[in-house]
Design a protein around this ligand. Sequence first.
Ligand code: COA
Length: 340
Amino acid sequence: MSLSTPAYASFRSIGAYIPQKVLSNSDLEAMVDTSDEWITKRTGIKERRIAATDEYTSDMGTEASKKAIERAGIDKEEIDLIMCATVTPDYFNMPSTACIISDKLGIRNVQAFDISAACSGFVYLLSLAKAFIESGMKKNILIIGAEKFSSIIDYTDRGTCILFGDGAGAAIISSTTDKEEAFMDIHASADGTYADFLVTPAPGSMHPVSQEVIDKGLNFVQMKGNETFKLAVKTLTKDVIEILKNNSITAEDIPHFIPHQANYRIIKAVGDALKMTEEQVVVTVEKYGNTSAASIPMAINDIYESGRLKYGELMLLDTFGGGLTWASALLPFAGKTIES
Ligand code: COA
């Protein structure tokens, strides 16, 4: 490519890994003081997937990556950067899960690292991939959102254990000269004022592993659910309105609105505020729960595998998570339409 030819980032393929074990609402009824009726009414979640004891974040990320690489029709040797978004890495904090995934895929001598942006991680990675490609530094980037959230959940805390699940999604982002295939826009932001809304206090430099950490359960997720809910609806809606306005696109022009899958009530409130129809809004929360950084790529994979997502169709991604972080992206699907 000559220096005068601009390089654009394109979303070349998607893959996901869904753990086998199902944790249903009735399973949770036997574990904490809750009910299928309460969980369904307040969250829309019916079940979530839980990774096996000996199945780690890198294993799920590797399986999702294999599918994404195969579907992109590229050789793994063509990948020149691997980035993984996770808050449940194999190790706190080294080596990175991206390095372990690169080893499991047999990809050597490429830059590999993790980012921590909680549920916004995958869209944060899209913004990084765009920058790496548009600067001409990289050509084929593997991005992964993978979480073993069950490893940081207290299954005696009914406020959190009903919400989260495990899984992984991955995508290949490639350089293209075709503007029709290019990402249109990405917006990623954060506000640490709300850092205490979603916290895993340990392990970290503030709370290294100790008997006190174990006794107080500081290694588990702590969440201000109601406050997070309200802020999520407000931020997600505002973010989508802004990105659509900045690109002179109306909500009805979007065939696939793919919001972070945290709670059906949040998704519904945002979809209604934007006057989106049920056909436009992608919902997978009922079967996977909230899989954090894996939520958006798993949802994209769902509509891809069902044949709903076709080459050239516009996706609007919108996410929100611990930090607090949020991000939205407007981009066409530039992969091959699945054969039915
Ligand atoms: N089963 C039964 N009752 C439950 C319960 C459960 N699993 N969890 C909480 N309750 C109870 C509360 O104790 C409270 O009882 P009280 O009125 O007697 O005090 C009542 O239900 C209402 O609690 P509240 O926290 O106000 O409920 P809510 O409608 O806000 O729903 C969440 C709770 C967690 C489902 C909801 O706030 C939520 O989804 N928040 C966003 C979380 C999120 O998305 N986090 C990740 C962001 S990426």
